[in-house]
Design a protein around this ligand. Structure first.
Ligand SMILES: Cc1ncc(COP(=O)(O)O)c(C=O)c1O
Length: 371
């Protein structure tokens, strides 16, 4: 047994050399009143969903392994997205989908390309699978620079190229012709394009319509955000049937538990409620953005459920600390590559967002809280 504060002493073989240099992925959680740091949905799914799920769980054969192929879930997701069931792969969160893609198509001697700033796990997951990461730069306004994409792909010939749309943490969606141009380059080098649409339903555009059996493009989605089901850990990928069958070779048998599969199936009976929650969040995002533009911050428009901003006249780290002192937690991106002084706030309930805006005004303008 070890004490709570002491770092564990190493035991057994030394860890892999490439892991020794890596830091794990951390998103600090603090005990605060208003948590707007991990892009979760602010509201739970409807009570009717929980009741229907509870009824379905009553029928589970607990002594049996789950349906290894997750057939019903995949069929239902496929039906909803206009795909064939063999074009859908499901896993424990879209992060596990990304990991399975890296296990299947990355690994020693292969590379994955990312365009920073973007989702940190698009670099972290490849590294944990022994995949070299090649980093391209976005333009100063965070849009994707196609010349840079061309350069990185021609030089490194990555097996995997990641795009994130809407991009975390900038909130921007890639234009359809941009994704098409990137795909052309990916095809030229014989790679695969992964479009991470964890926030896809909050945006006006999606790459899902590009998915076809003869194109090396996959789109990943999650139940964690729009479906208000972060606790479940369920995500999926839409892609060519041949890619799905390759992923099935590397994923652990029975990786997706029966409860998870059932939760994903039952949720699909509540699509209208999901759409209503998303529409409300999109409206609230507009209000939050408008309020932020009245404060001394630089702010980027967003098509996701979060907004990136940079306080002016005060360091991002200090603003983050002062918000925590007022029991409001946002994501501190101020030390991330190319995001000096930036913070990211998740769109919450109107009450949570008001608490955040009040605290931020007080920190930046020195006003009276609640005024
Ligand atoms: C861009 C992006 N992709 C994937 C994920 C992971 O989602 P999941 O909960 O499905 O693993 C996140 C979570 O924050 C994300 O921001």
């Amino acid at each position: 047994m070890r004490g709570a504060e002491r770092p564990p002493s190493p035991v057994g073989p030394a860890e892999r050399d490439d892991l020794a240099l890596m830091e794990g992925y951390h998103s600090p959680q603090l005990d605060v009143a208003v948590r707007l740091n991990t892009n979760e949905a602010p509201e739970a799914p409807p009570r009717e969903f929980v009741e229907a799920l509870t009824r379905s769980l009553g029928k589970v054969e607990w002594n049996r392994y789950p349906d290894r192929a997750a057939s019903e879930l995949r069929a239902r997701v496929a039906e909803r997205e206009g795909l064939a069931p063999d074009q859908v792969f499901a896993a424990n969160g879209s992060n596990e989908v990304l990991q399975t893609l890296c296990l299947a198509f990355g690994g020693p001697g292969r590379a994955a390309a990312v365009f920073e700033p973007t989702y940190a796990l698009h670099s972290h997951i490849p590294r944990t699978t022994g995949t070299r990461v090649v980093v391209g730069e976005r333009a100063a306004d965070f849009t994707l620079d196609l010349n840079e994409v061309e350069r990185v792909l021609a030089e490194a010939e990555p097996a995997i190229t990641f795009l994130c749309s809407p991009n975390n943490p900038t909130g921007m969606v890639e234009a359809a012709d941009t994704v098409e141009r990137v795909l052309e380059e990916v095809i030229r080098i014989g790679g695969i394009l992964v479009v991470d649409e964890a926030y896809g339903q909050f945006a006006a555009r999606s790459a899902l319509s590009m998915v076809a059996d003869d194109l090396p493009v996959v789109v990943t989605r999650t139940y964690s955000k729009t479906w208000s089901m972060a606790a479940v850990r369920l995500g999926y990928m839409a892609g060519p049937a041949s890619v799905v069958s390759t992923l099935e070779k590397v994923v652990l048998p029975y990786h997706l538990g029966t409860m998870t599969q059932i939760a994903g199936i039952v949720a699909l009976d509540f699509v209208e409620q999901m759409k209503a929650r998303v529409a409300a969040l999109v409206e609230e995002r507009g209000r939050l953005l408008a309020s932020l533009t009245e404060l001394p911050v630089e702010v980027w428009p967003s098509e996701a459920n979060f907004i990136l901003f940079r306080p002016l006249g005060m360091s991002g780290a200090r603003v983050w600390r002062e918000l925590v002192e007022r029991s409001v937690l946002v994501r501190d991106c101020s030390s991330w590559p190319r995001l000096r002084d930036c913070l990211r706030v998740t769109v919450g309930t109107p009450e949570e967002d008001n608490a955040f805006l009040d605290a931020l005004s007080t920190v930046l303008l020195g006003g009276t809280e609640g005024a």
